[in-house]
Design a protein around this ligand. Structure first.
Ligand code: NAD
Ligand code: TYD
Length: 352
């Protein structure tokens, strides 16, 4: 590779959002060395980054962010200038089943990354940055009106969002107390290629394809604000390069849907793609017991990111959804790979 300008360590780069961040950095910045650090949990898959694995500015290291010695070793080997920290346990339903792994990974893991960055950078922070990627779920749940802004008080309600909120506080504490150069972003629900089929959209796309029932929690009236994953990766790139140190940026698509409306739209688009009679897939909708503590509505106000850094979402939702459906239908092998083995046990346990 050409002269290395900086080394960027991306944690969780084999997961859903991480692979899009890794791909973007590797392709757009040939002078950056991009190191993908991932433990390859059930949610991490090297197939997700296969198209960049031979690039000379890409490296992969298998390591666990909760293992202090392992992380020290990674910093010694690669001497990163920038950390983009995405590695986390990320699924709310799993956090209800098994909260402790969320506390371990999201809290201890983030503290370990912060501490090793601090040690390794030895208080010489010139050109260094610790970028923490977080979620809008830390702000809690909205009623019918209003939006989350950067100043909205934290009010997390699930073990997942509480552990992410705690990790945000840890990042700010290392920034405030030790002067570590930090930046944070809190994003709304992402959708797009390579999302593990435990989350709503890939799960339902796969179930529609297989003519399996679509388990809608409660009455399906909960609202989420959906953003195409590549738009999130572009926002991360913008914030890493142009964001102000110590700041937080909210990222969202101003694209709210009630779950049931989204699911009906998905069914309609999939009927067309699969050549099924209109209304066929809607017949698969099954209302099931609501998620415990189910947050009613999330909605992001991304004005700061738009005004300060000029970021805008690039895709209309129907276009993004159509692209997403095409990707899952065209990548059957990927879906088969990730849904074999342990996924079956997960599905059985969660949905019976
Ligand atoms: P994901 O579950 O798809 O990927 C997480 C990745 O982290 C996986 O590759 C996994 O192997 C890795 N990982 C887990 N534990 C690890 C450990 N101990 N050490 C090293 N690697 C480990 O998650 P995602 O949806 O890509 O989310 C990435 C980040 O973005 C998370 O921090 C999440 O909270 C945040 N986020 C996600 C969304 C969303 O809609 N998916 C929205 C906003 C913010
Ligand atoms: P999910 O993709 O798990 O994201 P999050 O909980 O982080 O927002 O779920 C999105 C919405 O879809 C949420 O309101 C829960 C709902 N949902 C269902 O109705 N059925 C399902 O099987 C899943 C996984 C989610």
């Amino acid at each position: 590779m050409e002269k290395i300008e900086k080394t960027v360590l991306v944690t969780g780069g084999a997961g859903f959002i991480g692979n899009h961040v890794v791909r973007r950095l590797v392709n757009k910045y040939p002078n950056y060395r991009v190191v993908n650090l991932d433990v390859l949990s059930y949610a991490g898959n090297l197939e997700n980054v296969k198209d960049v694995e031979r690039e000379s500015n890409y490296d992969f290291v298998r390591a666990d962010i909760t293992d202090l010695e392992e992380i020290r070793g990674v910093f010694t080997t690669y001497a990163p200038d920038v950390v983009i920290h995405l590695a986390a346990e990320s699924h709310v339903d799993r956090s209800i089943e098994d909260p402790l792994i969320f506390v371990k990974t999201n809290l201890l893991g983030t503290a370990t990354m912060l501490q090793v960055a601090k040690e390794s950078w030895k208080d010489n922070y010139e050109g260094k940055l610790f970028y923490h990627v977080s979620t809008d779920e830390v702000y809690g749940s909205l009623g019918e009106t209003g939006f989350f802004v950067e100043e909205t008080p934290y009010d997390p309600r699930s073990p997942y969002s509480a552990s992410k909120a705690g990790s945000d506080h840890l990042v700010r504490a290392w920034g405030h107390t030790f002067g570590l150069p930090i930046v944070l972003s809190n994003c709304s629900n992402n959708y797009g290629p390579y999302q593990f089929p435990e989350k709503l959209l890939p799960l339902f796309i796969n179930n529609i394809k297989l003519n399996k029932s679509l388990p809608v929690y409660g009455k399906g009236v909960n609202v989420r604000d959906w953003l195409y994953v590549e738009d999130h990766a572009r926002a991360i790139d913008d914030i890493m390069h142009k964001g102000k140190q110590g700041e937080t940026y909210n990222i969202g698509g101003h694209n709210e849907y009630r779950n049931i409306d989204l699911i009906r739209l998905l069914c309609k688009l999939m009927d067309k793609k699969l050549g099924r009679p209109e209304g066929a897939s809607e017949g698969l909708i099954t209302y099931v017991t609501d998620r415990a503590g189910h947050d009613m509505r999330y909605a992001i106000d991304a004005t700061k990111l738009k005004e300060d850094l000029g970021w805008m979402p690039s895709l209309q939702f129907e276009e993004g959804l159509a692209k997403t459906i095409d990707w899952y239908l065209d990548n059957e092998e990927w879906m088969t790979g990730v849904t074999s083995g342990a996924y079956q046990t997960y599905y059985e346990k969660m949905y019976g």
